[in-house]
Design a protein around this ligand. Structure first.
Ligand SMILES: O=C1O[C@H](COP(=O)(O)O)[C@@H](O)[C@H](O)[C@H]1O
Length: 227
């Protein structure tokens, strides 16, 4: 099931989505004491991060991570972590705990064990996962040409995290697997622009990786979109 929330412009989308996520987090804190949030990087979520940072909830009870990360240093210009630190972990949200998906190992495969171990005390399943989508139909770091794509989007994959060589994009990646995403209490797809809307509409026919989320029927997904 893929529900859609459409907005007239990006600032309206950012503000409404931030308020919605804050409400989900606070509700989970009220019931299980803690909340877990997995966010995407890329260019789309900056404005939403800034709006979310200003939401006044019990951030000290929130753990935040990324859905996927490039295997680069946290201060690298392509780092998703850098985006989160600069645009979300400010204001009220600075009280949250952030769990990184990158490390000092020479490559993502060598660092995967260490990164996975960081999630032993993370509130799982996630309260909320916010996915993005590239113009090639990838989401998380499930890239169309990756040699291990089928394993990453296998609903029976027992692994929480995997690695990916995107082939068509820079940097090795660490990414949550499909089962980890689908287990979330709330699954949100955050996209903007008519081009991405058209990619999403073609996802099933074109067998884009995003279809692993939007074309399954057990876990509802809501697409939040603005032109
Ligand atoms: O590589 C990535 O790209 C996607 C989409 O990014 P955008 O710039 O088109 O918004 C993002 O969701 C993912 O987290 C990131 O690693």
């Amino acid at each position: 099931m893929n529900n859609r929330e459409h907005f007239g412009d990006r600032p309206a989308l950012d503000k409404a989505l931030a308020a919605h996520i804050a409400g989900l987090l606070q509700a989970d804190i009220d019931t299980r004491g803690r909340a877990g949030l997995a966010l995407s990087g890329g260019s789309t979520p900056k404005g939403m991060f800034a709006a979310l940072a200003q939401c006044d909830i019990a951030w000290q009870n929130v753990c935040i991570t990324l859905v996927d990360e490039r295997w680069v240093a946290p201060d690298h210009e392509d780092s998703n972590e850098r985006l989160v630190r600069e645009h979300l972990l400010t204001g009220h949200a600075a009280a949250a705990t952030f769990v990184s998906l990158t490390g000092d190992a020479a490559n993502a495969a060598d660092g995967l064990g260490e990164v996975t171990a960081r999630f032993s005390d993370f509130p799982l399943p996630f309260t909320c996962v916010v996915l993005g989508m590239g113009g090639d139909g990838h989401t998380a770091s499930w890239f169309p040409k990756a040699s291990n794509l089928q394993a990453l989007i296998d609903p029976a994959n027992p692994a929480l995290l995997g690695t990916c060589d995107p082939v068509t994009a820079p940097h090795q990646r660490v990414t949550f697997t499909l089962p980890a995403v689908l287990a979330a209490g709330s699954i949100i797809l955050h996209i903007t622009g008519t081009e991405k809307r058209d990619v999403l509409d073609a996802a099933a026919d074109q067998h884009y990786p995003i279809a692993a989320v939007t074309e399954q029927h057990d876990n509802p997904v809501t697409t939040w979109w603005a032109p």
